[in-house]
Design a protein around this ligand. Structure first.
Ligand SMILES: *Cc1c(COP(=O)(O)O)cnc(C)c1O
Length: 457
């Protein structure tokens, strides 16, 4: 391995170092994850059960046991628009903290949508196009996923319909405008366009909506139309698989820096950017090639990994999706409208949940004001204004750096900076005006939602 160059700030790979294959952690796990179940029969799902929702190539990736899944040339070509993404050493943040720790961050905000999400939007659009699909239906919480799929749909000539969670539709008009500029159709969810949306609107006309509700609407849309399939921006195995380009590139870049990380951190909503960064490193650990502490950072207001129950639950509020075994707060749980909108989901990727149960990763929950404190400190030293989601990873990285300072030990910290916050300035404005509050863990709401868990078997 190269020797560390103490002054280097930026580690950039050539375009030909974009990975040629995604990394599939299923191949290295000591115990396989529990299979998804059919909500009607309670039996493990077969490929045919998912065919109305996804193209076959993605269904096969969902259950693949191959360690490497080749990235199609057309997808690598589209990745070239913004990949490989840069890795930085946060010299100025280290100095501001006075820490002996070395802090590195992989920056996914250089993509056209401003986050890691195009890493999976592009292959999802590609495989759908390959199989003759004309139109995709999806949901979006904070607007990042909708923007990414709208962008990918434009690249491959697919129509895209986005159900945007009402609260976000109202608070983030620029995200909607970006989606529409890419050619997508956007409606606030719940919407009058689906039977589930109409039912929710009738019962609770002024609901802020939720990711769980919007997922039900998008799934219904896809099931009702022959020309349409559904696309999900997180949680599923194939999404996590596509995101491993992050971790795979970071392994090469840390080698360029001449260092091995001790701690690896990502923020976790549905778990995809965390897994994308972490799983290639977990794989190294499982194969005896390294030893790392790996931490998922989630919001105190929706702490599925740290406080949820590990059990079978629905992925959506309308109970249309398969049952998956995951850490869940209950599919009927609607989180507070915290300002890291992309982290407001009741569940967690089954594969991230499984790896947590196996003790291969840790999880921490953090309050939003402390996250914004960390985000602003980061921006004032490193220049990048982070997405509110990403500030959860920054907060935990800073805590790790301060712990190293306390104990006087050297520590190499690597975290994923999942996106920039240029469309989240209203949240920063609230924070700077002192108007942001912390939400305590909503124990009662979670208990109510958990009382409603489906029975399985
Ligand atoms: C969507 C999003 C997240 C959370 O989603 P995961 O699937 O958990 O990665 C985190 N950061 C940003 C910038 C996002 O857009």
């Amino acid at each position: 391995m190269a020797t560390a160059d103490a002054r280097r700030t930026k580690f950039v790979l050539d375009e030909d170092r974009i990975p040629r294959a995604w990394y599939n952690i299923a191949a290295d796990l000591p115990v396989p994850a529990a299979p998804p179940l059919h909500p009607g029969t309670g039996q493990p799902l077969g490929p045919a059960d998912l065919a109305p929702l996804f193209p076959m190539a993605l269904i096969l990736q969902e259950v693949s046991q191959d360690r490497e899944v080749a990235i199609p040339e057309a997808v690598r070509d589209a990745y070239r628009l913004y990949r490989p993404s840069p890795l930085f050493r946060a010299h100025r943040l280290e100095a501001a903290l006075g820490t002996p720790a070395h802090i590195y961050y992989k920056y996914e905000g250089t993509s056209p949508a401003g986050s890691h999400k195009p890493n999976t939007a592009i292959p999802q659009a590609y495989y759908n196009k390959q199989e003759g699909v004309a139109r995709l239906a999806t949901e979006t919480g904070a607007g990042q996923w909708g923007s990414s799929l709208a962008f990918a749909g434009a690249l491959f000539g697919l129509e895209v319909k986005v159900y945007q969670v009402r609260a976000s539709y109202d608070q983030k008009p620029y995200r909607r405008m970006l989606m529409e500029s890419y050619g997508a159709q956007v409606v606030p969810s719940p919407s009058p366009d689906t039977s589930y949306g109409r039912r929710v609107l009738e019962e609770t006309p002024d609901t802020p909506g939720s990711l769980g509700i919007a997922i039900t609407e998008a799934v219904e849309d896809a099931v009702m139309r022959e020309d349409t399939k559904y696309a999900l921006g997180s949680v599923l195995n194939h999404v996590l698989l596509h995101q491993t380009v992050i971790g795979l590139e970071s392994i090469e870049q840390m080698a360029m820096a001449g260092e091995e990380p001790d701690v690896i951190i990502g923020c976790a909503g549905g778990g995809s950017n965390f897994a994308g960064m972490a799983f290639p490193w977990v794989g190294r650990q499982l194969r005896g090639e390294g030893k790392y502490r790996i931490i998922a950072a989630e919001p105190e207001a929706a702490p599925s990994l740290t406080r949820g129950v590990f059990t079978y639950d629905f992925g959506d509020t309308g109970r249309m999706t398969p049952l998956v075994k995951m850490h869940t707060l209950g599919s009927q749980f609607i989180p507070e409208p915290i300002h890291a909108g992309g982290l407001r989901y009741h569940g967690m990727a089954p594969m991230v949940s499984h790896v947590k149960e196996l003790g291969l990763i840790e999880a921490q929950s953090v309050h939003q004001v402390a996250c914004f404190d960390a985000g602003v400190l980061f921006a004032r030293n490193e220049g990048i204004l982070p997405a509110p989601e990403s500030t959860h990873a920054i907060k935990v990285a800073i805590d790790e750096a301060l712990a190293a300072k306390e104990s006087g030990e050297s520590r190499v910290i690597l975290f994923n900076l999942s996106g920039h916050g240029h469309f989240d300035l209203a949240s920063y404005e609230r924070y700077l005006a002192g108007g942001l509050e912390d939400y305590e863990y909503p124990a009662e709401k979670v208990a109510t939602a958990l009382a409603d868990l489906p029975t399985v078997g």
